[in-house]
Design a protein around this ligand. Structure first.
Ligand SMILES: CC(C)(COP(=O)(O)OP(=O)(O)OC[C@H]1O[C@@H](n2cnc3c(N)ncnc32)[C@H](O)[C@@H]1OP(=O)(O)O)[C@@H](O)C(=O)NCCC(=O)NCCS
Length: 152
């Protein structure tokens, strides 16, 4: 398993990861190439989006790190990082998320961030456990959501 920065050519593979997660969880969300491009690859607030690829070069997961703008959908304090993680169900619990966070953490430090926010569904136990394991702590619980912060 390797990690590298996502490029335009990875948008299709990243969309496929989102589709596999939707199939597995039943939770609908956008997943087409335009969405992936705008949300993760060309987004002006993006600091780094890292993908994990298997030996055949297929995208098996990705993690995005953005800088919170003044008005953002998560109500994250301006200037903090915002993290999002998506691993194909076939590759979960194999250390991919942990590997991706090494890259994200490095990017956050290089960007001078002091905090990273994770916005997680309260009904998503694996997401909650994962961010706990990466050193995040709950700081806010809007209805149906748990927001965790990692202090760098
Ligand atoms: C949550 C998610 C990102 C975890 O990624 P992952 O690659 O499976 O995680 P890792 O294998 O690197 O796990 C690292 C640690 O996190 C914790 N962890 C991860 N998944 C867990 C689970 N299902 N149950 C308990 N602990 C878990 C463990 O401490 C684990 O270490 P260990 O396996 O040595 O015990 C992944 O399951 C995923 O993409 N889920 C769907 C989308 C999602 O929920 N995203 C995050 C919230 S928005």
């Amino acid at each position: 398993m390797e990690t590298r920065a996502a490029s335009v050519d990875d948008a299709e593979g990243m969309g496929q990861v989102l589709r596999e997660i939707i199939e597995h969880t039943g939770r609908q969300r956008p997943h087409d190439v335009e969405f992936v491009m705008g949300r993760y690859i060309t987004n002006p607030t993006s600091i780094r989006c890292t993908i994990a690829i298997d030996e055949a070069g297929n995208v098996v997961g990705f993690q995005s790190l953005k800088k919170a703008a003044a008005e953002n959908p998560y109500d994250t304090p301006e200037g903090w990082g915002i993290i999002g993680t998506h691993i194909s169900p076939k590759f979960q619990r194999q250390g991919v998320g942990k590997l991706l966070f090494l890259s994200t953490r490095e990017a956050a430090l290089q960007a001078g961030l002091e905090k990273i926010d994770a916005y997680i569904g309260a009904d998503n136990p694996s997401g909650l456990k994962y961010y706990d394991a990466m050193g995040f702590q709950t700081y806010r619980t809007p209805e149906g959501i748990v927001q965790k912060v990692c202090s760098l």
